[in-house]
Design a protein around this ligand. Structure first.
Ligand code: PMP
Length: 400
């Protein structure tokens, strides 16, 4: 009866991680999966999260009741305050946003995709070329045809803005356009505010449906800077969806904490959308888990912990920036060409696209135990003072 069921080939990034773990070489370097590693090569537990755990666990009366379909209200409130800081200027704005707690950023994308499929069944989806592979599988899984818009200029590692704009300007109304507000995965190439403004003008004129996926905010230029397009879209009055994740910025991967927000044009619309988001959750998994959300709302809801967490986020961002600069400098000292490696400085966030071929990526792994994704994506957070020289030497060696 089950004979026709095909073997699942696995996720290439997760399979590579398994391969890395089995590699017995001591000097191996993991620059593949999108995890933030600290200077000692460890995935950290943030000090603020540690404190939040003590607070949460000390509340002995904390019962494991079901959360509402939309998750913890205090958590949703904190998420809104974090990602829509323009509320302070726009008091009434809050009522036009529907926010629910989700199972990580992936869960937010999935609920958003199911919601869109139900209410815009004829729509198609456009994603950047390239994008996080799971965007494609996830939206196809929700029943959408998925196409790409030009994104990366492979020559210089910048955004191919003309290609992107002209593609978006050819789309029919109600096409869903997936955008990365900052720290683009996998390329690290981000739009400038002026470029975002040009994109927004097209989204508005063409009546497209923007879906912002934000898994790394605060790790690019800073929390407020990274939220530029969120604020600009909010101010423009366009309806849009926004998925957020606390996996990376709170180092809470396995807790599965994220949120989906839908920015509407008025409170009535927002309450109808919120109802439909709940209905989508109900028919998928009923309600989200509690623990991770309690940790995040405890940190964000406490003035002192919140400031402390912003400091931890800044340290993560600055460490990755410093590693970009160090790798660049060591490569140049080793004879690498400045123009070839300028992408390290121009791109931002957790990833960079090295432009290495699959053969070179293979060689890095086989000869040097350095793991990149086959596409040439490297995770900057895997670099530290102890391995950056070896990585620079190896990159130069495979250039030959
Ligand atoms: N969007 C992007 C662009 C990502 O890179 C990731 C995680 N790799 C996610 C969403 C999903 O995040 P989460 O682990 O919270 O589901």
């Amino acid at each position: 009866m089950f004979e026709h069921i095909e073997m699942y080939l696995g996720d290439p990034i997760l399979s590579l991680m398994e391969r890395y773990l089995q590699d017995e070489r001591e000097e191996k370097v993991n620059l593949s999966i999108g995890l933030y590693y600290d200077q000692d090569g460890q995935v950290p537990m943030l000090e603020t999260v540690r404190q939040a755990k003590e607070i949460v666990h000390s509340k002995v009366e904390q019962k494991a009741l079901y959360l509402p379909m939309s998750g913890s209200p205090a958590y949703c409130e904190q998420v809104q305050q974090l990602i829509f800081p323009m509320f302070s200027e726009l008091e009434h704005g809050k009522n036009r946003i529907a926010t629910i707690q989700t199972l990580g950023g992936s869960g937010a994308l999935k609920v958003g995709a199911d919601f869109l499929k139900r209410w815009f069944p004829q729509a198609s989806v456009r994603v950047s070329d390239p994008t996080w592979e799971n965007h494609i599988t996830l939206f196809e899984g929700a029943g959408f045809p998925v196409y790409k818009y030009p994104y990366l200029n492979a020559q210089n590692g910048d955004v191919h803005i003309e290609g992107m704009l002209s593609n978006l300007d050819s789309l029919p109304p109600q096409t869903v356009v997936l955008l990365h507000p900052c720290c683009h995965n996998p390329t690290g190439a981000d739009l400038t505010p002026v470029q975002w403004d040009a994109v927004i003008a097209i989204l508005q004129r063409r009546q497209l449906i923007p879906f912002l996926d934000m898994a790394y905010y605060g790790l690019g230029q800073g929390l407020m800077e990274d939220l530029y397009v969120v604020k600009a879209l909010f101010d423009s009055g366009i309806r849009f969806l926004l998925s957020t994740s606390f996996s990376k910025i709170f180092s809470l991967y396995g807790e599965r904490v994220g949120a989906l927000s839908v920015v509407c044009t008025n409170p009535d619309e927002a309450s109808r959308v919120l109802g439909q988001l709940k209905a989508t959750v109900r028919r998928n998994y009923s309600s989200p888990p509690m623990h991770g959300a309690l940790l995040v709302q405890t940190v964000l809801g406490d003035a002192q912990l919140r400031v402390q967490w912003l400091g931890e986020l800044t340290s993560m961002r600055q460490r990755m920036r410093a590693m970009r600069e160090k790798l660049y400098q060591l490569i140049l000292e080793g004879g690498g060409a400045a123009a070839r490696y300028a992408f390290l400085l121009n791109q931002q966030g957790m990833f960079s696209y090295t432009n290495f071929s699959a053969r070179q990526v293979d060689e890095l792994r086989r000869e040097f135990g350095i793991y990149l994704i086959a596409s040439g994506r490297m995770c900057i957070a895997g670099l530290n003072d102890g391995n950056v020289q070896r990585v620079a030497d190896a990159m130069l060696a495979v250039e030959q």
